[in-house]
Design a protein around this ligand. Structure first.
Ligand SMILES: Cc1cc2nc3c(=O)[nH]c(=O)nc-3n(C[C@H](O)[C@H](O)[C@H](O)COP(=O)(O)O)c2cc1C
Length: 280
């Protein structure tokens, strides 16, 4: 039997030590571990079975080592390979965003699960089991807790997502060669092409606001909602907030989107922020 290839990313060492623990459990003759920083595309060809270890960083983003490797994933042939993922995150600081990194990798490594043998009505849940020994990763509660209120105890069991079988499938399904198709959008096709929707980000007191309203994690205002399957143009205006308590110098807020595909049409950088932009 060929060995399992375990490819992980890690910033502060936790995912790396978990990779070593899993290798110790399964045996060094069963699993090879590789830091994603040190591998090339060719290293994946040696394995039929893979474990991908990731951590969520920067409020629902990939760690920088996986981010660097991300474009190279296009050159790996995953056809027929069995891939298991595990993700490390901070469920207290970011209870809604622990597993988002997996979603990012799934754009390149398709996930295909066959539920056709399960009875209609069956419900399955992917649960993160309770664990001990977890420590707070610096106590930062940025992002995830804003507005959501309820935060699980560190190490508590939590449900990540569930699946309900709603109908029987009679067709014999074939694995498509790719799941995601991202056609280039044409600005002229936007329903509001003549009048893009302005979205203003600002800082009020200690809180960031979208169009003057505090950011809410679990709801979307009508101003943040787009009709299903519609294309819209948004003009995101990042206000400077000089003198604000949290932002005496004035800073652009790094907005990001979840659950929609988007395309940047153009960008204007304020002269006050140009030096920062040019050095990114
Ligand atoms: C700057 C920063 C951003 C983070 N962002 C997230 C996040 O969005 N979601 C999450 O679940 N955990 C987040 N975390 C927690 C890390 O995923 C967690 O500390 C993880 O154990 C780090 O793994 P590593 O030691 O392998 O680098 C963040 C941690 C830091 C320091």
């Amino acid at each position: 039997m060929s060995k399992i290839g375990f490819f992980y990313g890690s910033h502060t060492g936790k995912t790396e030590s978990i990779a070593s623990m899993i290798q110790a459990q399964l045996g060094t003759d069963v699993v090879d571990i590789h830091a994603i920083l040190d591998v090339t595309v060719g290293d994946f060809a040696d394995y039929q079975d893979l474990i991908i270890g990731v951590l969520t960083w920067n409020v629902g983003e990939l760690s920088s080592d996986w981010e660097d490797f991300f474009p190279d994933l296009d050159d790996i042939d995953f056809q027929g390979k069995i891939v298991a993922y595990f993700v490390v995150g901070d469920q207290t600081g970011y209870p809604d965003r622990v597993h988002e990194t997996i979603g990012i990798l799934e754009e390149k490594i398709d996930v295909w699960a066959d539920f056709s043998k399960l009875k209609v009505g069956t419900e399955l849940a992917l649960n993160s089991l309770a664990c001990s020994g977890a420590e707070n990763a610096g106590g930062s509660n940025i992002g995830g807790t804003t507005g959501s209120g309820k935060v699980p105890e560190l190490g508590a069991a939590m449900m990540l997502f569930n699946v309900k079988i709603e109908r029987a499938e009679t067709a014999i399904l074939k694995l498509p060669s790719k799941l995601a198709d991202l056609p280039l959008l044409r600005p002229a096709d936007a329903t509001n092409a003549a009048q893009p929707r302005p979205v203003e980000l600002s800082l009020q007191g200690m809180k960031w606001a979208i169009d003057g309203q505090p950011f809410e994690m679990t709801t979307a205002t009508p101003q943040e909602t787009v009709k299903l399957n519609a294309i819209e143009q948004w003009e995101i205006i990042n206000k400077l907030n000089p003198g604000a308590t949290m932002d005496a110098q004035g800073m652009a807020y790094p907005i990001h989107f979840h659950g929609v595909k988007f395309q940047v049409i153009s960008r204007q950088v304020l002269p006050e922020l140009a030096a920062g932009w040019q050095t990114v």
